[in-house]
Write a new protein. Structure first.
Lengths: 383, 71
């Protein structure tokens, strides 16, 4: 089976990640930050090592401001619900995943906050930036956008949007679900206030892991309250990170695996990973660009333009049907709506959905060739 | 040699402080003692050597401490 569903979660994982999980469970599976025995301290040390790696990977000076969450969605929710707790407006793009769209929509439905949608103009970062600038107003409390569309791969001019937000004094949150680990994200350099990232995609960790990285922790509030192992006699949740946002026992095995994933990515370098994934996905895009019955919806994957994925429709088929056909031919792809109604509405694919083939660091040229063969078979009705 | 316990507000600060001190040549390790640190996280950094220099290093590294005890 050729796995091309890496935008949902990367697979396979590096062997070191699996070994990291097993090592934590076998050798020091005690509760980190709760007890004084050596196993608990060893567990806490492993957690801290991962925290340091995470902070370094995103150009964040303070390791304590790298917070573990169970996924990217939780990290996004913490920031969105903190910044809009007192009302105001949020600006989002028209390519957002439901992990952003649903929290802001829910706040708006309850009348607690409002949101504006800024139009992304693919291939024209200046116009996209203008649209974000026009959407920001006196009531804006937060701007949040994805680094790249999870459906169509289109990249957003994140550094420019962050700079505009800094000038206007509005906090900026980056949804790095599709870009963490696959491009360099430097929060200090680019002035990004918050980054939400999944641990299990480009960072190569296990599912059930996520990160929130905060340059402005003073703006945050807990989403979950409970034990932190600190200030235990006080009813109030500690206000300092990471404890404020890490109530309850941490996922030590997951975090140990994530540490290995982060180290694996750093050893290879995000730029090298990005170049490899773009090369493979571009070769698939090129192979399908003139095939009768295949409609490519995503731009050709290129640095700064589009993420390493090829999203398409095969004539006479829904995206879901195309993905099922590819499955039968030995290629794992994602059909349907990709939890992104806004993006499908923008591209006019609400009626059909789409089929997405997304690349990861461990794909090979042979994978791209087999995918091209399989899509051509589908388009020719030979399956 | 004199031992000093820097009581921290969380295990994360204890770990970061320990690393900071070790990188500067101090002998330091994290311990847990609720009696030493009943109001914080229960963790402290035990340091051997010049207390004032260690304290200055922790302050410069923005390590949140909730108290200091001599052994």
């Amino acid at each position: 089976m050729v796995y091309l569903d890496n935008a949902a979660t990367t697979f396979p994982k590096p062997a070191a990640v699996t070994e990291g999980v097993l090592r934590a469970m076998r050798l020091f599976g005690a509760n980190p930050g709760r007890s004084g025995h050596r196993l608990s301290l060893a567990a806490a040390r492993e957690v801290y090592r991962c925290r340091e790696l995470a902070a370094e990977s995103f150009g964040l000076a303070q390791p304590e401001n790298a917070v573990f969450t169970k996924n990217c969605t939780e990290a996004l929710n913490i920031v969105i619900q903190s910044l809009l707790a007192e009302g105001g407006e949020c600006v989002v793009s028209d390519l957002e995943h439901n992990a952003v769209y649903r929290p802001v929509w829910e706040l708006a439905r309850g009348g607690r906050a409002a949101y504006r949608v800024a139009q992304v103009v693919p291939g024209e970062p200046e116009r996209t930036l203008e649209n974000f600038g026009a959407a920001v107003g006196a009531e804006t409390r937060l701007v949040v956008c994805t680094g790249a569309s999870n459906v169509f791969g289109v990249k957003l001019p994140v550094a420019c949007i962050a700079a505009m937000c800094r000038e206007r004094g509005v906090p900026f949150l980056l949804d790095a679900a599709q870009t963490a680990g696959a491009e360099v994200i430097d929060m200090e350099r680019d002035g990004v206030d918050f980054v939400a990232a999944p641990g299990h995609k480009g960072l190569m960790g296990p599912m059930g892991t996520g990160l929130l990285l905060a340059r402005r922790p003073e703006l945050l509030r807990p989403l979950l309250y409970g034990g932190t192992g600190s200030a235990s006699l006080e009813p109030e949740q500690p206000r300092a990170l990471p404890d404020m946002l890490e109530a309850g026992t941490l996922d030590l095995p997951g975090i140990a695996g994530l540490a290995q994933g982060l180290a694996w990515v750093r050893a290879r370098g995000e730029k090298n990973i990005e170049a490899r994934e773009l090369s493979l996905s571009a070769s698939l895009w090129d192979a399908l660009s003139r095939v009768e019955g295949v409609r490519l919806l995503s731009p050709r994957p290129e640095r700064g333009i589009a993420a390493p994925m090829v999203t398409l429709l095969v004539s006479g088929m829904t995206g879901e049907a195309a993905a099922a056909g590819l499955d039968a031919l030995g290629v794992a792809a994602r059909g349907g709506y990709h939890c992104a109604a806004l993006a499908h509405r923008k591209y006019g694919t609400l009626g059909t959905g789409a089929c997405r083939l997304s690349f990861g660091p461990l794909n090979t040229p042979e994978d791209a060739e087999k995918a091209a063969w399989a899509v051509k078979k589908l388009a020719a009705g030979q399956y | 040699m004199e031992e000093t316990y820097f009581l921290t507000s969380s295990i994360t600060y204890a770990m970061r402080g320990e690393e900071l001190l070790r990188n500067s040549g101090f002998r330091a390790h994290v311990v847990r003692d609720r009696e030493l640190n009943p109001h914080g996280c229960g963790y402290a950094i035990c340091v051997r050597g010049d207390r004032r220099a260690a304290e200055a290093l922790l302050v410069s590294g923005h390590i949140r401490t909730v108290g200091v005890r001599e052994a």
